[in-house]
Design a protein around this ligand. Structure first.
Ligand code: UT7
Length: 333
């Protein structure tokens, strides 16, 4: 049976840097509060003149392919994780396929928020293991700034989320690279972190009104406390599940790349796993929480900084809207 490995990683973030001080000019917040509660110093916001989810994803994908020594035409299938697709439908997978000139290959969209990249990675891994494909492009990309309420009313989400894209090329190998993926969800908590519109459950008269008067439903709603409390429990659970399934222990982990939700969550996990600071990769300080893009951006930067070495045990973990949570263990090749 073939296995899969990550053969190349890439990322792209918009140029526009949004500092905490700039946000303080839009709403009642301040640099100290944001840094103390989240660790975030700045994030990127897209430029509507030039950035789209699909074209940022294409830039990240080309970087990943180049680093893997592959060409666009080598890609046989795309798995695209995003909750902020350029259109309501079709998903951004087909738009990325068009950007890369890969007409004809399949493109699948995944809408599992912060866990989206690991869900996407898991699907690509299964396709490769089954022998159906040898080279799969796995992408996480988001433009979230357009859905943020940047008034004081939305400050608990506006200061957290950012835009960006990351990509991984998975290829078939005969040595086990991806050891396992574990995926979970609990829909009882769907409304703890969500954007309601354009939801189909909204009555036609409201959806098709010439002027939508109440745009509240288009903005991100989050019960931060609830999300935080569940996140710290589920992160640990799903990491321990992965270690247990592979007969490994926390001492075996060389590098943990958690979804960049909040620096305090990453630090909590680091402490629980008794990892050193340099064993947990964090870049939330510079990009905020980029949802499905956060793990591939972090992985791409970690790789570029030489933090991923042959035979290292890499652990990925995520938690987010849904609630969904997931982990992956990877023996780096
Ligand atoms: O990617 C996965 C999904 N997201 C997450 O994992 C996020 C998880 N949650 C969090 O990161 C945290 O809950 C937040 C950073 C969102 C909020 O931090 P918190 O420590 O849980 O603060 P809080 O919501 O309990 O609010 C404390 C106070 C409140 O004021 P009062 O009621 O005590 O007077 C808020 O109104 O802080 C206030 N507040 C702010 N103040 C300044 C909330 N947001 C802000 C803000 N600036 N941006």
């Amino acid at each position: 049976m073939p296995y899969s490995k990550i053969a190349g990683l890439g990322h792209h973030v918009p140029e526009q840097i949004i500092t905490n001080d700039y946000l303080s000019s839009l709403m009642e917040t301040n640099n100290e509060w944001i840094i103390e509660r989240t660790g975030i110093k700045e994030r990127r916001w897209f430029n509507p003149e030039k950035d789209t989810v699909a074209n940022m994803a294409a830039k990240a994908s080309r970087m990943a392919l180049e680093r893997a020594g592959l060409k666009e035409k080598d890609v046989e299938f795309i798995v695209f994780a995003t909750i902020t697709s350029d259109y309501y439908f079709p998903g951004s997978g087909v738009l990325l396929q068009r950007e890369l000139g890969l007409e004809g290959i399949g493109a699948l969209d995944i809408k599992n928020a912060c866990s989206g990249f690991i869900y996407a990675l898991s699907i690509a891994d299964q396709f490769i293991k089954s022998g159906m494909y040898k080279t799969v492009l796995v992408v996480g990309a988001e433009i979230q700034s357009s859905a943020l309420d940047v008034t004081t009313r939305g400050r608990n989400t506006a200061v957290i989320f950012g835009d960006g894209a990351g990509a991984a090329v998975l290829t078939a190998t005969n040595k086990q690279g991806i050891l396992s993926t574990h995926l979970h969800a609990d829909g009882r908590f769907a409304e703890e972190l969500y954007v309601k519109d354009p939801g189909s459950s909204r009555p036609r008269e409201e959806r098709q009104a010439d002027q939508i008067l109440d745009t509240t439903g288009f903005k991100v709603v989050m019960n931060g406390n609830q999300v935080f409390k569940h996140a710290v429990v589920r992160f640990m659970e799903v990491i321990n599940e992965a270690l247990h399934a592979n007969n490994l222990t926390k001492e075996d982990i060389n590098l943990l790349v958690p979804h960049q939700a909040n620096l305090r969550i990453s630090q909590y996990i680091q402490e629980k796993l008794s990892l050193r600071e340099d064993q947990v990769y964090n870049n939330i300080m510079r990009y905020g929480n980029t949802t499905a893009a956060s793990i591939p951006i972090a992985l791409s930067e970690a790789w570029a900084e030489g933090k991923l070495k042959e035979n290292d045990l890499l652990c990925l973990a995520a938690f987010g809207s849904g609630f969904t949570w997931a982990s992956a263990l990877i023996r780096w090749q």
